[in-house]
Design a protein around this ligand. Structure first.
Ligand code: MTE
Length: 322
């Protein structure tokens, strides 16, 4: 933890910080952690997200919430992106080396139209939408983030997945030159994630290209990252370079690292504690002035999106399939 972070963490947050350290220790046990001593820099605060009131239809769909959005500065300086270090402030400093243009995504597997597509072509003709979603990290903190992007289903359909496409696998770039964190063996790089096909096609599943009306900063997963608001944040894979339609449940980064702690589904569930900490509450990151404060609030099943997504899991024992 940097001195800057130490100054920002209040006493009431020490327990949660210990949780984070615990997760870091898991990685450190597998590899030495690099010390990234670069100078910090935060982007200027952009305008607030569109001030239009949340319509009943948007609220029903879960597309927007009227909860206070987390400050841009906090969203872009308090990150998890282990390819750039394991500290919360490492990515905002170190990810400036990530080249996001040109960017291609290779789409393959069980589909009629596989191909390696330039990002512009992947998104061509799709209207950008703003979604204001809660993001709940498995470590016990949360934010409210105004994303810009497109529904994941609209992109996937372009490749015409076939009946064998039971799951969708996502892969992050893994480039030693641009990503200092992957020189160290911790996560089995590249970072991978996956969804069942019906989860991927759900209207809430989103591909973000921006936040607060601006292009996505590198530390938040530029130029293209997944956002699955009813699942723990680690499912929302960043800087995607490959999407594969597959028949079997694909391997995923945190599950490979510690299967007893991080499942494939990883739906937010206050009733299923992490083996080493409770998931009943979360710290909602909410800045005022230049201080990072956090209010402790109750965690909701499916991160508050149960009405929209619980039916995807009917008949499944969510204690077993965590
Ligand atoms: N994607 C990649 N490639 N590498 C990562 O380390 N961290 C995940 C997820 N996506 C991660 C990733 C975790 S643990 C969380 S909580 C979210 O990104 C954090 O997203 P944010 O930094 O934009 O808040």
């Amino acid at each position: 933890m940097s001195l800057r972070d130490a100054l920002r963490i209040r006493g009431s947050e020490i327990t949660a910080e210990a949780v984070h350290r615990d997760r870091r220790r898991l990685l450190a046990a597998l590899a030495a952690t690099p010390a990234l001593g670069l100078a910090g820099c935060a982007d200027a605060e952009p305008p607030p997200p569109s001030a239009a009131p949340v319509s009943a239809a948007q609220a029903r769909a879960g597309f927007r919430t009227d909860e206070e959005p987390t400050r841009y500065e906090d969203i872009t300086t308090y990150n998890n992106f282990y390819e750039f270090g394991t500290g919360k402030s490492d990515p905002s400093r170190a990810a400036k080396t990530l080249r996001t243009s040109p960017w291609h995504v290779a789409v393959g597997g069980e589909c009629a139209k596989p191909g390696r597509v330039a990002l512009n072509d992947l998104l061509r003709g799709l209207a950008q939408e703003e979604r204001i979603y809660r993001l709940r990290c498995v470590e016990g903190w949360s934010m409210v983030i105004p994303w810009l992007g497109v529904p994941l289903a609209a992109v996937l359909r372009r490749f015409e997945p076939n009946a064998n496409a039971k799951f969708v696998a996502f892969t992050t770039l893994a480039d030693r030159e641009q990503m200092p964190g992957i020189r160290f063996r911790s996560i089995r790089w590249p970072y991978r994630e996956g969804l069942r096909i019906d989860e991927a096609m759900h209207p809430l599943a989103f591909l973000a290209t921006g936040l607060y009306g601006k292009p996505l900063p590198q530390q938040n997963g530029a130029p293209l990252r997944l956002v699955v608001p009813w699942k723990y944040g680690f499912k929302s894979i960043k800087s995607i370079v490959a999407i594969d339609f597959v028949e079997r449940m694909p391997p995923t980064a945190w599950n490979q690292l510690q299967p007893s702690e991080y499942g494939f589904f990883s739906n937010v569930n206050p009733e299923v504690n992490h083996p080493r900490w409770s998931q009943k509450t979360e710290r909602r990151i909410a800045g005022t002035g230049n201080k990072l404060i956090a209010n402790r609030i109750a965690t909701r099943p499916f991160n508050g999106y149960a009405e929209q997504v619980a039916s995807l899991y009917s008949g499944m024992d969510l204690r077993r399939w965590y």
